[in-house]
Design a protein around this ligand. Structure first.
Ligand code: MG
Length: 272
């Protein structure tokens, strides 16, 4: 099933997508939300980030071809970082190149896990049972901050708008071997499969749950395959007017335009 968050006439709803309609829910589907009987046309709503996560965890260096292209070494255990929830935006919402670091902003297509129930200390064989579903993510990264200025990742991967999610959550999906790609202005830049992850999804969830309580709605970004802008010769960083599209088989396409800070008439709000 496909679950979304959407806005119409200033009201925000969770919904279940059924054909051309959205059946509205009275709460988040992973927190017991039920259908209200009210329906909207999918074409008449604005899709938002499909979840308001309590935490966004992310995994670095989780595809060997991306490790190779960046000249880093294969991690012995999952490399975890956090993205702030204020970085989350939805489909079609602009990624904003920040004035303080606009020059080396990069894309990373990633499969995102959405946790469905509170979980702690899960063994790998029980991990998939805690999953609600999956969506597309773009782990936007300011490489100058990441590699040279800060040399850690909080600001580099945490600027406002640096965590596009969407377009919806697919719940009926096996994540083990899904095609994943990113197009920049229509040109394929990344193309891989989730089967190439260094640490598979059950192991990642189990590992995280040994450190952190995973709450319903928690998002976990699972790493990116090769083809990022910084590894290209010459590098290809994001510019105002660009468009990124993350496509994952069985889910759909997450599309976001790129803008310079201060050029939007309306500032992108949190979880827009
Ligand atoms: Mg990443």
């Amino acid at each position: 099933m496909k679950y979304c968050r959407c806005e119409r006439a200033g009201r925000i709803h969770y919904g279940l997508i059924e054909g051309d309609d959205v059946a509205l829910l009275d709460g988040a589907p992973f927190s017991g939300g039920r259908t209200t009987g009210e329906r909207l046309r999918l074409a008449e709503v604005r899709l938002m980030a499909p979840v308001e996560p309590p935490n966004v965890f992310a995994i670095g260096a989780n595809y060997q071809d991306h490790i190779d292209e960046t000249g880093s070494s294969r991690p012995e255990r999952p490399l975890i970082f956090l993205k702030p929830t204020t970085a989350v935006i939805g489909p079609e919402t602009p990624v904003v190149l920040p004035t303080m670091a606009p020059d080396e902003v990069d894309y990373e297509a990633e499969l995102a896990i959405i946790i469905g129930r509170t979980a702690r200390n899960l063994p790998p064989e029980a991990a998939i049972g805690a999953v609600f579903g999956y969506t597309c993510a773009n782990d936007i990264s300011a490489r100058d901050c990441q590699k040279r200025i800060d040399r850690q990742w909080t600001r580099a991967k945490g600027f406002d708008t640096f965590c596009p999610l969407g377009p919806w959550i697919e719940t009926d999906l096996s994540p083990a071997d899904l095609p994943i790609s990113l197009r920049l202005n229509g040109q394929v830049m990344q193309q891989g499969t989730t089967a190439a992850m260094v640490f598979a999804i059950p192991y990642l969830i189990s590992y995280l749950s040994q450190a952190f309580t995973l709450l319903p709605g928690t998002v976990i970004l699972t790493g990116t395959p090769a083809g990022v802008g910084m590894a290209r010769k010459p590098p290809r960083f994001l510019r105002p007017g660009d468009t990124t599209e993350v496509t994952i088989g069985g889910i759909g396409t997450l599309r976001n335009p790129i803008r310079a800070e201060g050029t939007d008439t309306v500032r992108a709000p949190c979880c827009a």
